[in-house]
Design a protein around this ligand. Structure first.
Ligand code: HEC
Length: 190
């Protein structure tokens, strides 16, 4: 009886092991060879499969700004100073909101009137330029009081030396509001 069983099993394995392509049985072939969907390749998921997938509605490309498309370089700084235009209206509401944001993000270094003297007294921030300074020539070739809205937006976005970039802390609109307020401080006489 025992031998018969072993014989049957041997015959069984002999037959089952023949007849496929030599790699043994695959019970779940998709697990071994998952169908890959290539970019721009034909696929069964989308009808217009040869077109690139469009980003989801409302997607914002990293670093992309609607109203300011300049890089961090000096050339782009200078260009933005000539070209960039603040999309916001220069009105009291926007300036007031700029003032609130300025108090949160800039005042501790630049002081409440933009003339330095903020609460941070570390020596590295001792040389904070005054917004209304009209003597010392800056990298723009002009003085602080002559920096344009583009220069200001660029400085807030990318920073300058000891001043860090504020692109990740402030939205585009918030930055333009601060620009409006800093422009008010540029006019100050003290
Ligand atoms: C950590 C301290 C610090 C904070 C916070 C800070 N700044 Fe500055 N900022 C500086 C220093 C220091 C400089 C001078 C950098 C230099 O000339 O090397 C400077 C320079 C500037 C300039 C001149 C840039 C140029 O093109 O010459 C502007 C404009 C300015 N800051 C605006 C702002 C505004 C607006 C904010 C708030 C959103 C802000 N800063 C936040 C420290 C700071």
């Amino acid at each position: 009886m025992k031998y018969k069983f072993i014989l049957i099993m041997c015959l069984y394995f002999l037959f089952v092991s023949c007849g496929n392509d030599g790699r043994g049985y695959e019970y779940m072939p998709n697990m071994y060879r998952s169908p890959s969907l290539e970019t721009y390749g034909k696929n069964i998921v989308f009808k217009d499969s040869l077109n690139a997938r469009k980003p989801v509605k409302g997607t914002i490309a990293r670093g992309y700004l609607k109203t300011f498309n300049y890089g961090a370089s000096l050339d782009d700084y200078l260009l933005s100073g000539q070209e960039a235009v603040n999309p916001l209206e220069n009105n009291k509401d926007n300036i007031d909101e700029g003032k609130v944001l300025y108090a949160m993000f800039c005042k501790h270094c630049h002081g409440s009137n933009g003339a330095g003297g903020g609460s941070i007294t570390h020596p590295i921030y001792s040389a904070v330029p005054h917004y209304n300074d009209n003597k010392q020539i800056r990298r723009s070739g002009a003085t602080m009081s002559e920096l344009t809205e583009g220069h200001l937006f660029h400085a807030i976005t990318y920073g300058l030396n000891a001043m860090g970039p504020h692109a990740s802390q402030l939205t585009e609109t918030e930055r333009w509001k601060i620009v409006l307020y800093v422009q008010e401080l540029q006019k100050k006489s003290d």
